[in-house]
Design a protein around this ligand. Structure first.
Ligand SMILES: *Cc1c(COP(=O)(O)O)cnc(C)c1O
Length: 413
């Protein structure tokens, strides 16, 4: 039998483990609501942390850009795809993050998967946090460098691995905000280790740029390693499809390192440039992020995070505690509620869905086995009443589980 006939069985195996993923076609509504198959759902799914994806100022920027530049970029940035809009965005991004130079990419995945192999190769050494995003892991694999994985956030272990490595070129790669846990890397500690071992640090701040640091300038700025304090051994990468509300990514850092990436990154050279209309949307988003409106939205988001944590943190609700659900320690907009079992996580997601609330269940292999979770993502587009509704429905679901357990125990007795 041809192996091509095995895919149905392999899909059935995914079903058996509750691991088959399904998409939903959505239409955005007011605030953080999404329309799914005619049903209006209050969504806690989006990485649009500042609510910019639907913002009128960004829409206007896109309309004007379409009139001026048309739709597509037509070619790689190395040929004729590098619009004056893209060039202006690169200067503004570098200025925003306080680093000498930035390079603008059409997507974050392609950036990391491709800049890592441009920096290190066979015979070099890579040091990677165990919870890094898939695109950093794929970049590490593509590079053919020797990969040393260290336990999440364990800098003592990283120090030991760096000490033991005979490689001359060492690259440490880490998410700045971990995408499924919401915690922030110890950037100062990572940087100090890189100094001690003559290593380069690549930080992926997909979830921090726009929300963390002064004026939302990101996690590296929050750590004081930008501007006058910019380090020659840090490359900063961030995406533009999350807090910036659009799509794309950039990498920023020392002039010669960024110039090297421009020369050697295959996903940059061999891909059609991001259209100017997206660059103009990001420029409008960036003006908002750095201005008073950005500050107002970050403050609103911080208040929502606090409200959710007060409602669900350990000790806040007996039924949630009894269910064994734990809200992970996170100060960011990513607030994961660990349920544990894959099917249990899907069941809680379904219960919320019946109440008109959409929170995605995240299962392995995206997260470690046994830590299936609801990844609650908050946004400045949410209202306080939205968070109250979510907390209320989750508490009721946990209480329902408790009654179920009491009934089952009574039956057994
Ligand atoms: C979303 C994400 C990416 C990928 O960026 P895209 O622009 O969506 O391709 C990279 N790294 C991290 C940590 C992310 O969360």
């Amino acid at each position: 039998m041809s192996w091509l006939n095995e895919f149905d069985d392999r899909l059935a195996a995914l079903d058996a483990q509750a691991l088959r993923r399904r998409r939903r076609a959505v239409v955005p509504e007011q605030g953080a609501r999404l329309n799914v198959d005619g049903e209006s759902l209050l969504a806690f799914c989006s990485n649009d942390y500042l609510g910019l994806a639907q913002d009128p100022l960004l829409r206007q920027a896109v309309h004007a850009a379409v009139d001026r530049y048309g739709v597509g970029s037509g070619a790689s940035p190395m040929v004729s795809g590098h619009s004056v809009a893209n060039a202006a965005l690169e200067r503004e991004l570098a200025e925003a993050v306080g680093l000498p130079r930035a390079l603008y990419f059409y997507a974050g995945y392609a950036t990391n998967a491709s800049i890592v192999p441009a920096l290190v190769g066979e015979g070099d050494a890579l040091f990677s946090d165990a919870l890094n995003h898939a695109c950093l892991i794929d970049g590490a694999r593509l590079s053919k460098a020797t990969v040393h994985r260290y336990p999440h956030g364990n800098l003592a272990r990283l120090d030991a691995l760096l000490t033991a490595s005979p490689a001359r070129r060492k690259l440490v790669i880490s998410d700045a905000v971990f995408s499924m846990d919401g915690d922030v890397a110890d950037i100062t500690g990572l940087h100090a280790l890189c100094e001690r071992h003559d290593a380069l640090l690549l930080l992926d701040d997909a979830h921090g740029f726009g929300v963390l640091g002064p004026q939302g300038r990101g996690a590296l700025a929050a750590a004081g390693l930008t501007g006058p304090g910019a380090s020659p051994r840090v490359l900063y990468m961030a995406t533009l499809g999350k807090a910036l509300g659009v799509a794309g990514a950039f990498v920023a850092g020392p002039e010669s390192l960024v110039e090297w990436l421009l020369q050697k990154t295959r996903s940059y050279t061999y891909a059609t440039a991001a259209p100017a209309l997206l660059a103009e949307a990001v420029r409008a988003g960036l003006r908002c992020v750095l201005g008073a409106e950005g500050e107002r939205r970050r403050q609103h988001l911080a208040a929502l995070i606090e409200q959710l944590r007060e409602g669900l943190a350990p000790g806040a609700d007996a039924a949630v505690d009894a269910a064994g659900w734990t809200l992970m320690p996170s100060d960011t907009a990513i607030q994961p509620l660990v349920i544990g079992d894959n099917e249990a996580a899907l069941a809680v997601m379904a219960t919320l869905r019946e109440q008109g609330i959409w929170v995605p269940a995240i299962r392995p292999p995206t997260v470690p086995v046994g830590t299936a979770r609801l990844r609650i993502a908050l946004s400045a587009a949410h209202q306080s009443a939205d968070v109250a509704a979510l907390v209320g429905v989750l508490r009721a679901a946990a209480a329902g589980l408790g009654q179920h357990r009491v009934a089952a125990a009574a039956l057994e007795a």
